[in-house]
Design a protein around this ligand. Structure first.
Ligand SMILES: *Cc1c(COP(=O)(O)O)cnc(C)c1O
Length: 400
């Protein structure tokens, strides 16, 4: 094995992919993997979707980057389309999820600062949350394993257990600027926040003059069968961070906000060199062309239900391997009895990719364009993986 010149911060598999097509990823030697991970919920419309490829190619021949010193027409267009499709009035583009959350945090703090309450900068977040890997977003996520060794935790983040209104009420006060939450915790293990709790949060924020931030970086852009997961609760945030699926594989993110919440972000307050560049904006618009097409989201809902039912059957028939299926739309999780890494590895052996998460859960998040037939194929491959694990369990049992 040759030494790598790369930082050692990832525990990578040894797979190297040559190309992708729809839900399929193909290695150099022609091995075809069914991709139920979508590069962590990024390839929302599959690999090399023809409309995205064509859009990126023609944009690449015209213009790549001008910076935000100038108007970017496709940025205006994507912003307007996102605003029209959501609660938001205003949109600011960036390059990743963590940056989108940083923008959300800064917008919330600046809102209160502008209203003469600079001491109001605390953000309440929830145990099990993941908001990114920057210095501020690891403090927001609050997980010790991500904070360790990186200096003092950035101040102004208070954490409470999810769905615990009493604990939440105890920590909010005149210092509280915002509450930030993922409608379904992704990295935390596909843990759904009940819609009723989201509604209670909205009411609490309204009563206390607190801004509500949704981190829909993973749940957004059709993943749960609505354009954004909070729509299931029938309420809206004041600020929302998105990324992952909106770029379909092109790195981009955005912070969406109401007119009022976005108002303090005047020239000089915030910015990014790359954010919203013409290449990213062309692709983002192309992703919306697909996801907002008639019937697309309804199809995601139907396919999600069917996939979840089939996974429930799988879980029932392999109780020594799996214990539960959860999630919404095509953001599903299989809670494992065996270590989740064993299942992820066995699935890889069976030529199907899933993504490990917290709480011993394997995330099943295929491109939203997956077909019923491909769902059947994915479940068959999971079944093969489960059987392989059962065999090793039996062999171990016999040896003991
Ligand atoms: C992935 C993710 C982030 C961080 O996004 P990056 O693009 O990796 O910075 C933040 N929040 C949630 C909910 C995520 O899933």
């Amino acid at each position: 094995m040759s030494a790598t010149a790369l930082f050692g911060n990832y525990a990578r598999s040894s797979l190297e992919f040559d190309h992708g097509e729809g839900v399929w990823l193909v290695t150099n030697d022609g091995r075809r993997f069914l991709d139920c991970g979508s590069g962590i919920a990024v390839n929302s419309v599959g690999h090399c979707h023809p409309h995205l490829v064509q859009t990126l190619k023609s944009q690449a021949e015209k213009l790549w980057h001008v910076s935000n010193l100038h108007r970017v027409p496709d940025q205006e267009r994507l912003g307007r389309r996102l605003a029209e499709a959501t609660f938001a009035d205003k949109v600011m583009f960036c390059n990743s999820g963590a940056e989108a959350m940083e923008a959300a945090i800064k917008t919330a703090r600046r809102y209160h600062y502008d209203r003469g309450e600079p001491e109001r900068y605390h953000i309440v977040t929830f145990e099990g949350a993941f908001h990114g890997r920057t210095i501020a977003t690891i403090a927001a996520g609050g997980q010790a394993k991500y904070l360790e060794g990186f200096g003092p935790k950035a101040p102004g983040f208070d954490q409470v257990p999810p769905c615990d209104m009493e604990a939440l009420k105890k920590v909010i006060g005149p210092q509280t600027a915002a509450i930030a939450i993922e409608p379904i915790q992704g990295e935390g293990g596909i843990r759904e926040i009940p819609v009723d709790f989201l509604r209670q949060l909205r009411k609490l924020c309204d009563d206390e003059g607190i801004l509500l931030i949704f981190d829909e970086i993973q749940t957004g852009v059709g993943r749960t069968g609505k354009l954004f997961a909070h729509e299931w609760a029938g309420i809206a945030p004041d600020i929302m961070a998105i990324a992952k699926g909106i770029g379909g594989g092109f790195p981009m993110g955005a912070c969406l906000a109401t007119e009022e919440a976005a108002a303090p972000m005047v020239p000089g307050t915030h910015g990014t060199t790359f954010g919203g560049n013409p290449l990213a904006m062309a692709v983002g618009n192309a992703v919306l062309d697909v996801v907002l097409a008639d019937g697309f989201l309804e199809a995601v809902q139907a396919k999600g239900l069917s996939f979840k039912q089939k996974l429930a059957g799988l879980v029932d028939s392999h109780p020594t391997v799996f214990s539960e299926v959860r999630g919404a739309g095509l953001m599903l999780g299989i809670k494992c009895v065996v270590p989740v890494g064993d299942f992820v590895g066995a699935a890889r052996e069976a030529d199907v990719l899933v993504v490990p998460a917290g709480d011993n859960v394997a995330r099943v998040m295929p491109p939203l364009t997956i077909t019923e037939e491909e769902i059947g194929e994915a479940v068959a491959r999971f079944e093969a993986a489960a059987k392989a694990i059962e065999q090793t369990l039996t062999a171990k049992g016999a040896a003991e």
